[in-house]
Design a protein around this ligand. Structure first.
Ligand code: CA
Ligand code: CA
Length: 353
C-alpha cells in the first residue's frame, strides 16, 4: 500500500459525531455550544421570541451585511468580523442608521459568542420559504474598524462602502464589485428585502415593508418593485425613496433603478417564477458575504445547527389584487415578463411590521 492509499483509507473512515449536552449531536464538538445559543435566541422571550420572522430577524440579517460589506481589499476593514458591534461609530455611518438597536439586543449574547452571522442565519430561517444559510463558527472576537466613509477616498469604487438607497446603479455595482460580487449576486442579495422594512427613510411610516409579505422569504419583492410607481406611501418624497404602488410599501430609489437597469433587470425578473433559484443564489452569495475578510479554513462548519425553514406557500410570485400585467414595467429586453396571476379581490394595503 502506498502512502497515498493509506491517507485515502484514513480520510474515508466515518467521523464520530460529538454528543452535545442538550441531547443533539454535531459533526464537531465546537458546534455544540451553538445549539444552546439557538435555544436562547429562538426560545420564548429570546431575541426572536419563539422563532419569529419579525423586526429583530430582519435587522439581524441586515446587520450581517453591514458588518461584512464595509470592507475593501484596497481600503481595509475586517469584513464579517463583528466590528459593527465593537465600534459604535460604525452604526453612525449613513447606511447603517438604526442598527444600533439590534446591536444592543444582540450584545449580551455576543459577549459570550461572536453571534452576528449566527443570528442572521437563524433569523432568516424563521421566515417561511427562507434559505438555510451556511454557518461557519469560530470567528475571533478581535475585529477591525471599518473605514469611515467620511475620511477615505472612495472615488475608485463608490461614494460609500455600504451602498445607500440613494446610490446609483453604477456606484452599487462598482462598490459591490470591489468587494467581489457580480451584478447577478447583487440582485440575489436583495432577496433580503423580501423580509425587511424601513424605519429611517420616512420615519413617519415606521416599519413600512418593501413587499407585501415581510414575514415570508418569497419573490414578491421582485414583482412589486417592477410595478409602476404611482405615489409615495407616507408624507411626500424622502431622500432615497422612489414612488411605489399605493399600498403602504416603501420602495428604495436604488431598488427601483436596479430592477430596471439593463445590467440587472433580467436576473431580477428571473426570480419572479423561480423562487428556488432565488433562494439558492441568495444562499450562495450570503456564503461569500459571511467570509469577507475571514479565512474559511480556520472556521468550523456548524451549518447543521441552523433550523430548516418552513416552505413558502407558493413557489411562484403573484400580482397584488387589482393589478394586471399592464402595471408591470418589464425591463428585461431578452425575455418577456412571465405570466403570473393576480390575487383576487379589491386592492389591499400592507400593514407596517
Ligand atoms: Ca466588519
Ligand atoms: Ca416577502
Amino acid at each position: 500500500m502506498t502512502l497515498f492509499t493509506i491517507a485515502a483509507a484514513v480520510s474515508a473512515a466515518p467521523r464520530k459525531r460529538a454528543a452535545c449536552s442538550n441531547g443533539s449531536s454535531a459533526n464537531d464538538e465546537r458546534c455544540c455550544i451553538w445549539f444552546d445559543v439557538l435555544d436562547d435566541i429562538n426560545g420564548p422571550g429570546g431575541l426572536f421570541d419563539g422563532g419569529e420572522c419579525g423586526e429583530e430577524a430582519h435587522e439581524s440579517l441586515r446587520l450581517t451585511f453591514h458588518d461584512a460589506i464595509a470592507f475593501s481589499p484596497s481600503l481595509g476593514g475586517g469584513g464579517a468580523d463583528g466590528s459593527i458591534m465593537a465600534f459604535p461609530m460604525e452604526t453612525q455611518f449613513d447606511a447603517s442608521i438604526g442598527l444600533d438597536e439590534i446591536v444592543e439586543e444582540q450584545r449580551p449574547i455576543a459577549l459570550r459568542h461572536n453571534v452576528i452571522q449566527f443570528a442572521g442565519a437563524v433569523g432568516v430561517s424563521n421566515c417561511g420559504g427562507g434559505p438555510r444559510l451556511q454557518f461557519l463558527a469560530g470567528r475571533s472576537n478581535d475585529s477591525q474598524i471599518a473605514p469611515d466613509p467620511r475620511y477615505v477616498s472612495l472615488t475608485a469604487t463608490a461614494s460609500h462602502l455600504i451602498p445607500l438607497p440613494t446610490s446609483s446603479v453604477d456606484d452599487i455595482l462598482a462598490r459591490m464589485g470591489d468587494a467581489g460580487f457580480s451584478p447577478a449576486e447583487v440582485v440575489a442579495l436583495l432577496a433580503s428585502h423580501s423580509v425587511a422594512a424601513q424605519d429611517h427613510i420616512d420615519p413617519g411610516i415606521h416599519g413600512s415593508p418593501f413587499d407585501a409579505t415581510p414575514s415570508t422569504f418569497d419573490a414578491q419583492f421582485y414583482v412589486e418593485t417592477l410595478l409602476k410607481g404611482t405615489a409615495f406611501p407616507g408624507n411626500g418624497h424622502h431622500i432615497g425613496e422612489a414612488k411605489s404602488p399605493p399600498s403602504g410599501e416603501l420602495r428604495h430609489a436604488s431598488d427601483d433603478l436596479l430592477a430596471r437597469d439593463s445590467r440587472t433587470s433580467c436576473e431580477w425578473q428571473s426570480f419572479v417564477n423561480d423562487q428556488a433559484s432565488m433562494v439558492a443564489k441568495f444562499a450562495a452569495a450570503m456564503a461569500k458575504m459571511a467570509v469577507l475578510g475571514q479565512n474559511p479554513k480556520q472556521l468550523v462548519d456548524c451549518s447543521e445547527v441552523i433550523p430548516v425553514p418552513s416552505k413558502a406557500a407558493s413557489q411562484v410570485a403573484h400580482l397584488p389584487a387589482g393589478k394586471t400585467l399592464d402595471d408591470i414595467e418589464g425591463s428585461c429586453q431578452a425575455t418577456p415578463f412571465p405570466t403570473i396571476s393576480a390575487d383576487s379581490g379589491p386592492e389591499t394595503s400592507v400593514a407596517p411590521v
